[in-house]
Design a protein around this ligand. Structure first.
Ligand code: DX5
Ligand code: ZN
Length: 239
């Protein structure tokens, strides 16, 4: 996926903004639209104010698609819940560097559970704090909003940090996918991909759309590949 080879955008559907009364169908809708993975936002009402889902929801959703499930744990004590999210069907378990547990211990526990270890960092967390873990993780998740809810604006001032982490991972010769999470949409996905993001998490940009999502996913993928901000047709006709 990375490390010098030609990067291709990986579109990951965050179901946080989907219709929770039909979450299984919403997962299938994204899968049928051609996304590459499903992003499950887990919030404990402590690490962030919001409360969303636990392992029981991941388990219920697991049969709806064979696509990879990335569980994004915005919880204070990830170490205690690694096994439960692994057994529920997560393929990648991403926890926050800012959480209470020792990151190295959480990474080891995720690997002992046979899953991919993801490390998430908040917008204000400097790149330097993630560097000691780059060679031990399977996914780095760079937040471009403050965690806690969908539909927020993309923080462009995180882009230099993303580019620095991409350069560091490449300099180490790591094949390390970097996810970008928060405010990724047609206007911002090109910026995120150009700065070094590979796994582009989209929530409201996807689920604020009725019916078939295929066209949205194709447009997001094209905008990323073009590494250009997506100019609405109106703008294009003027230029
Ligand atoms: C926010 C979550 C994100 C969010 C993305 O705390 O981690 O995954 O759901 O949704 P949008 O794309 O609407 O910002
Ligand atoms: Zn997320």
């Amino acid at each position: 996926m990375t490390g010098g080879s030609k990067r291709v955008p990986h579109i990951s559907a965050s179901v946080l903004n989907a219709d929770f009364s039909h979450l299984g169908a919403e997962v299938r809708r994204a899968a049928e639209a051609g996304v590459d993975s499903i992003h499950l936002d887990v919030m404990d009402g402590h690490f962030v104010d919001n409360i969303t889902m636990g392992p029981v929801v991941v388990e219920a959703l697991r049969p709806h698609t064979p696509l990879p499930y990335h569980s994004h744990l915005m919880i204070s004590r990830p170490l205690r819940y690694v096994r439960a999210f692994a057994e529920a069907g997560s393929d990648v378990i991403a926890f926050h560097l800012e959480a209470d547990d020792d990151p190295a211990a959480v990474i080891d526990e995720i690997h002992r559970a046979g899953r991919g270890a993801g490390l998430a960092i908040n917008p204000e967390t400097p790149a330097e704090r993630a560097l000691p873990f780059l060679e031990r993780i399977d996914l780095l998740l760079v937040m471009t909003v403050n965690p806690g809810r969908g539909g927020q604006a993309f923080m462009t001032d995180v882009l230099p940090k993303l580019a620095a982490l991409r350069a560091e991972a490449d300099a180490l010769g790591l094949d390390l996918p970097i996810a970008v999470d928060g405010g990724v949409n047609l206007e911002t996905i090109g910026l995120a991909f150009a700065a070094g993001g590979d796994v582009l998490v989209t929530g409201s940009a996807l689920y604020d759309t009725e019916g078939d999502l295929g066209g949205v996913v194709r447009a997001l993928r094209d905008a990323a590949s073009a590494q250009q901000p997506h100019l609405p047709d109106l703008e294009r006709s003027r230029s």
